[in-house]
Design a binder for this molecule. Structure first.
Ligand code: FAD
Length: 431
């Protein structure tokens, strides 16, 4: 096994999604030496279907299938899933986190000054999202525009590439923070898959990773696992934490599609507006899908006659807060079944979405199979990490969707940015 030079870093950050990239950037700005190890590639994002399939749709790597064939996707590339996310900046659950001794009010303000966090101006909201919103408002829903991490000045709304990675740099992704970290001297190694953490006398010393078919070691004073809701628990399992990856959420969702004859679109920013049906346990939003995904989801449910209707299809997403449950295999296989109550939430949302789409003039309405894109709660706060996100191995921290302590059901990125900033402050000035 090769050691990475003789250098010891201040911090090694494993994974460069919103959690990891934020910690890395903040530490590099405070003049800490940082090594970022990222399993995926760092190809410039070109917004093509082929690249999206490589980074988000490779079976067994970025596309995982549960034991009941629910498809779960995650981005394996610099920036993680944020490269392909829809840029929705859902306000963090401040009160819930307070119960765990975590205050992030300051960090929320910092994120708001650093990133564009605002609803889309009317001219960037597509015709399909507007049509759905008007219909929902007519029916009495408090359907509102959602804040987005999108810079309106850079956005070209009809490019339709949000879901393929934004090639114009308008949608904030964790790649922006990775680049800022590198400008401040941090090192990024791509194609580096971390397999375990090196420890001595109960303290983290570094990590072992695979790179170009051989094993390497790298050393640091602090190690931050940010390999995502599936990646981080797998590393902890290898380290002897059998409880990692138990009782988690994945925020199951369905897409409800309805065809109208008088709108021609299909290329607009998804999740422009929606409603959080908190008491019923789900979120509903417009979600104009990339054409490939629309075709795939329609074909999966036998709607071959709809394949050419992408430009005329209004789509509403229902995303539920699923009950905690299931387990991950040692290699990250996802074993979890939807409970009766999870399915009930999604079908209640389906009934409401059908009504909204029919009121908007849709004739044929149908729903996709179950999907998921937010695995988390696999290394929960108060269970495997404390409120400083530290494990019981000293200097070993976790900062990604894994640490969320309760069932979730919301877009998590804004919360992860705040947790990343808060952790970086603690690493620089331990309390
Ligand atoms: C299609 C889609 C749309 C979404 N839309 C929204 C939205 O609008 N708003 C929102 O807030 N959220 C959205 N999300 C969810 C959001 O993108 C994720 O919740 C968020 O990216 C999770 O961040 P993370 O830091 O936990 O990990 P991730 O983003 O999963 O990043 C983990 C990183 O670790 C790397 N990695 C994994 N294992 C290893 C290893 N062993 N060694 C080294 N590196 C490793 C991965 O390659 C990846 O880069 C969406 C997700 C998808 C897929």
């Amino acid at each position: 096994m090769k050691a990475l030079k003789d250098q010891e870093y201040d911090a090694i950050v494993v994974g460069t999604g919103p959690g990891g990239a934020t910690v890395a950037k903040e530490l590099a700005q405070k003049k800490r030496s940082v090594l970022m190890l990222e399993w995926g590639n760092n190809e410039p994002i070109n917004g093509t279907k082929a690249q999206t399939i490589r980074n988000l749709g490779t079976p067994g790597k970025s596309a995982l299938f549960t034991n009941e064939m629910l498809t779960m996707v995650r981005g394996i590339t610099t920036g993680g899933s944020s490269v392909y996310y829809y840029g929705t900046a859902f306000y963090p659950p401040v009160e819930m986190l307070k119960k765990y001794n975590i205050r992030i009010e300051d960090e929320i303000e910092e994120v708001k000054t650093e990133l564009p966090v605002a609803p889309l101006p009317d001219e960037l909201m597509g015709p399909m999202a507007k049509r759905i919103m008007n219909s929902a408002l007519e029916l009495g829903y408090d359907w509102r525009k959602m804040p987005k991490f999108i810079d309106p000045d850079k956005c070209r709304p009809e490019c339709g590439k949000c879901g393929y990675g934004c090639p114009h740099g308008a949608k904030w992704t964790a790649r922006h923070f990775v680049e800022q970290a590198r400008k401040k001297g941090a090192t990024l190694i791509n194609g580096a898959k971390v397999t375990t953490v090196l420890t001595e006398n109960g303290k983290a010393q570094g990590v072992v990773f695979r790179h170009r078919q051989s094993s390497h070691r790298a050393f640091a004073k602090q190690v931050i696992l940010a390999a995502g809701g599936i990646g981080s628990p797998v590393i902890l399992r290898a380290l002897g934490y059998p409880g990692a990856g138990l009782d988690f959420f994945y925020d199951p969702l369905i897409a409800v599609m309805g065809t109208v004859s008088d709108v021609k679109g299909g290329k607009e920013i998804p999740m422009a507006a929606g409603i959080h049906m908190e008491s019923e346990g789900y979120v509903m939003t417009d979600m104009t899908l990339p054409s490939t995904l629309y075709g795939l989801l329609s074909a999966q449910v036998g709607r071959i006659n709809q394949l050419l209707n992408h430009p005329k299809s209004l789509t509403i997403m229902i995303k539920a807060k699923d009950s905690l449950g299931g387990h991950l295999s040692d290699s990250g296989g996802v074993r979890k079944r939807l409970s009766g109550s999870d399915k009930q939430k999604l079908s209640r949302g389906y009934e409401r979405a059908k009504q909204i789409l029919r009121n908007a003039g849709a004739k044929t309405v149908y729903k996709s199979n179950f999907l998921a894109a937010h695995p988390g709660g696999t290394v929960k706060i108060n269970d495997l990490v404390n409120s400083n996100l530290e494990t019981d191995i000293k200097n070993l921290f976790v900062c990604d969707c894994s640490v969320i302590p309760e069932a979730w059901g919301l877009p998590p990125t804004f919360t992860l940015l705040c947790l990343g900033k808060r952790l970086a402050k603690h690493l620089v000035n331990p309390s």
